[in-house]
Write a protein that binds this ligand. Structure first.
Ligand code: ADP
Ligand code: MG
Length: 192
């Protein structure tokens, strides 16, 4: 590969709390690359069980075929001849090894788009997103909608499940972030 072949390489990070639209944005960028007839590889982690193996899926039902891997080191082996864009969803599942792997891929000239949680349910920085954000060409930090007040939510919380709460936690409960047992919250409503 010549230096010119490598010149298009870049790392794009899409970060935020749950429900922020990270997967939707990842799928949008992959779709645009497909429209441009670029070879794409979409990677999910085996631990990502929302859509089952072989798909990435958003909370709103957008889906896209993907390859599931157990760890970051498996990703380079999936990059076929002609691949120009590699998309990785739920980056937080991969741990710190992802940083070196996606950096090496971008160094070879690939566009690498990585989406993941930048914050834990108790409001702490979630590795490896902070490190990925620091070495990326572009960072898109998204917010969700606070399930309590509707303001921008940079956080999500885990709802404590008690038997009495079972109905409130059901996907049909009407909570703004009603699926699973997490809710997007703004700064004011993240505690209580
Ligand atoms: P992420 O990957 O960041 O968790 P997704 O792309 O899977 O987010 O889902 C985003 C979609 O989730 C939104 O377009 C909307 O339809 C839905 N949604 C459900 N609850 C919320 C919320 N509290 N804030 C924003 N979007 C929400
Ligand atoms: Mg997602």
């Amino acid at each position: 590969m010549t230096a010119d072949d490598r010149s298009g390489g870049r790392l794009e990070v899409i970060a935020g709390p749950m429900f922020a639209g990270k997967t939707e944005e990842l799928v949008r960028r992959v779709h645009r690359a497909q429209v441009a007839r670029r070879g794409v590889l979409v990677v999910a982690h085996e631990l990502d069980t929302r859509s089952g193996p072989g798909r990435v899926a958003s909370h709103s039902g957008l889906e896209m075929p993907s390859r599931s891997v157990r760890d970051a080191e498996e990703i380079p082996g999936l990059v076929a001849e002609g691949t120009e864009l590699v998309a990785v969803d739920e980056a937080q599942f991969f741990g710190p090894d992802l940083v070196g792997v996606v950096t090496a891929l971008a160094d070879t000239g690939l566009v690498v788009v990585v989406a993941g949680l930048s914050v834990t349910f108790d409001g702490r920085a979630f590795a490896p997103l902070p490190e990925l954000m620091s070495v990326a060409e572009s960072v898109t930090k998204l917010t969700a909608v606070c399930a309590v007040c509707g303001r921008d939510a940079a956080f999500h919380v885990r709802l404590e499940a008690t038997p009495a709460d079972d109905d409130a936690l059901a996907p049909t409960s009407g909570h703004v972030g009603g699926s699973e047992s997490y809710e997007a919250r703004c700064r004011q409503h993240r505690a209580g």
